[in-house]
Design a protein around this ligand. Structure first.
Ligand SMILES: Nc1ncnc2c1ncn2[C@@H]1O[C@H](COP(=O)(O)OP(=O)(O)O)[C@@H](O)[C@H]1O
Ligand SMILES: [Mg+2]
Length: 233
């Protein structure tokens, strides 16, 4: 479904991705793990065409490399960026509706809204509440729900668990598993190595802009190099 091959990206001519290759198959749940500054967010920004890059990026056979960022959601890729960026002064429901903006003015927003409320009953209860007054975990659910308004085929998530308590992270990841079961492919980027390897099927370890290890999530979690470097075991 998503094929990235030999991807290079730079900021002000300083290269930070040095030939990254990865794939996400249809219906797969893949994670990219790596320490702070490894290049995880940069990789996702390249896929969403938010920054220029060199190398091949194809989605459902379509070459993304030449597409402008505003065309990406229409192809079925929804990107939940780092940080939650909810519109704090707007209600939960208006935040969700804003996620459907790219679908155009006449789009049916009621069907995806009902689906999101079924998935996140807590958001349904708080639909009229200002998003800025929600807890961090609830705000992350709003950010996730907003991305789901596009009924994406591929959900791309940048450190959704950042700054959340372990119990909230567990709940969030259970929701991701549910979304995945509904048929959405997921590319999850996390510093939180143990938890992401527990939910994903396959993973890549990104280190200083290079993929240094890849494999089934269970194998990575058992790999001595991963355990030493990321799990402190
Ligand atoms: N907007 C930016 N301008 C310049 N350098 C950046 C920018 N964003 C990230 N970088 C640099 O690119 C490298 C990779 O960063 P990033 O992709 O944010 O890593 P991660 O998400 O894994 O923490 C880091 O060295 C970081 O300092
Ligand atoms: Mg990042």
């Amino acid at each position: 479904m998503l094929e990235v091959e030999g991807l290079h990206a730079a900021y002000d001519r300083v290269e930070v991705l040095h030939g990254v290759s990865l794939t996400v198959g249809a219906g797969e749940f893949v994670c990219v793990i790596g320490a702070n500054t490894a290049g995880k967010s940069t990789l996702l920004r390249c896929i969403s065409r938010l920054i220029p890059s060199r190398g091949r990026i194809a989605f459902m056979g379509e070459d993304l490399a030449r597409l402008p960022a505003h065309r990406v959601p229409g192809l079925g890729i929804a990107h939940v960026p780092e940080g939650r960026h909810v519109f704090g002064g707007m209600s939960v429901e208006d935040n969700l509706r804003a996620g459907g903006y790219a679908l155009g003015r006449r789009a049916d927003l009621e069907t995806p809204l009902e689906r999101i409320y079924a998935l996140f009953p807590r958001l349904a209860e708080r639909r009229d509440q200002l998003a800025g007054t929600l807890s961090g975990g609830e705000q992350q659910m709003v950010a996730l729900g907003r991305a789901l308004m596009l009924s994406p085929r591929l959900l791309v998530l940048d450190e959704p668990s950042h700054g959340l308590a372990p119990i909230v992270v567990a709940e969030l990841h259970r929701k991701l598993v549910e979304i995945h079961k509904e048929g959405v492919s997921i590319l999850l980027v996390e510093q939180n190595v143990a938890v992401s390897l527990a939910v994903a099927e396959r993973g890549y370890v990104l280190q200083s802009g290079r993929v240094v290890l890849e494999g089934r999530a269970a194998d990575l979690a058992a790999d001595d190099r991963v355990r030493e470097a990321y799990l402190g075991i």
